[in-house]
Design a protein around this ligand. Structure first.
Ligand code: F6P
Length: 321
């Protein structure tokens, strides 16, 4: 039987996952492998939901959002019994390497499969940019651009009514989407889970200071991990008398055609993953560090502490006055 690789997407989908799948399939075939697509994340390995991919099976997916392989957060796969079953299934197809595209939960599955004898390489695919070992995750750029487009529209209506808009952007434990989009839309305040906040100091006082210099409408960005946008809105209206509206952008940020940056990095990472597997190397995470593609041991990657960009936060605060 020909030597084989497989690829799956896992966890929350992110724009650019398709570009990564395409890169793995094409680079896999280029390097002499038979390549399988696994459907619905790790569940596909438990249910035998796989299909051999050919060069044309990944045509025209580069520009598509979502993931053509579908995705899932598999609870079952957290149990060793199922991890061993999945490894056995891989062996039955002569799969010598697997590429997993997803977030840190997916990395744990990749580590378990590597331990069970199937060399597995993980790619950081999540809009949150919350993978410590990589300064970039596939989907982050597109999600932020979507958020900026939406918040620009919100600003139009906030400006027309002299209102304040409190907007929640995605990011479960990570304020990167909030910080970057907050700067890009000129937010008055940016509230993120990494920095302790005080509504009086970080929102109300800033609104009053800006009001004194003639500003009449305000955008407050809140990361999902902080939440409570309705309460924050009511508080602002109550304290300032400015009509305030809350918006939760939600899953719109996960969809849409991936940006150039996401397509490019997903392709670069996908090919790097195949190159590692072609050398028989598994249990690695592909990452981007200062514009270079590098790789780390999965455990080492999972144990790295995530560092919030305090410098950029200060930049935002210095300009939003
Ligand atoms: O991890 C990506 C993410 O979009 C987070 O920002 C968000 O908290 C979560 O996924 C939402 O997950 P679900 O798809 O289960 O609603």
């Amino acid at each position: 039987m020909a030597k084989s690789l497989a690829v799956l997407t896992s966890g929350g989908d992110a724009p650019g996952m398709n570009a990564a799948v395409r890169a793995v399939v094409r680079a896999g075939i280029y390097n002499g492998f038979k390549v399988y697509g696994v459907y619905k994340g790790y569940n596909g390995l438990l249910n035998g939901d796989v299909k051999e991919m050919d060069l044309r099976s990944v045509s025209d997916i580069l520009s598509r959002g979502g993931t053509v392989l579908y995705t899932a957060r598999s609870k079952k796969f957290m149990q060793e019994e199922y991890q061993l079953k999945a490894a056995e299934y891989c062996r039955s197809l002569d799969i010598e390497g697997l590429v997993v595209i997803g977030g840190d939960g997916s990395f744990r599955g990749a580590r378990a499969l590597s331990k069970a004898g199937i060399p597995t390489v993980a790619l950081p695919g999540t809009i949150d940019n919350d993978i410590a070992c990589s300064d970039y995750t596939i989907g982050f750029d597109t999600a932020m651009n979507t958020a900026v487009e939406m918040i620009d529209k919100i600003r139009d209506t906030a400006q027309s009514h002299d209102r304040c808009s409190v907007v929640e952007v995605m990011g479960r434990h990570c304020g990167d989407i909030a910080l970057h989009t907050g700067i890009a839309v000129g937010a008055t305040s940016i509230i993120v889970p990494e920095i302790e906040y005080d509504l009086e100091r970080d929102v109300i006082a800033r609104i009053y200071e800006q009001k004194d210099t003639g500003k009449k409408h305000f955008i407050i960005i809140v990361a999902e991990g902080v939440g409570g946008v309705q309460d924050i809105s009511h508080y602002i209206q109550h304290r300032t008398g400015i009509e305030t509206r809350a918006t939760i952008l939600g899953h719109v940020q996960r969809g849409g055609s991936p940006s150039l940056r996401d397509r490019l990095i997903a392709t670069d990472m996908g090919v790097a993953a195949v190159h590692l597997l072609a050398k028989g190397i598994g249990n690695r995470v592909i990452a981007s560090q200062n514009g270079k593609i590098v790789d780390y041991d999965i455990t080492e990657a999972l144990e790295m502490p995530r560092v919030f960009d305090d410098r950029l936060y200060k930049v935002a605060m210095e300009v939003s006055i």
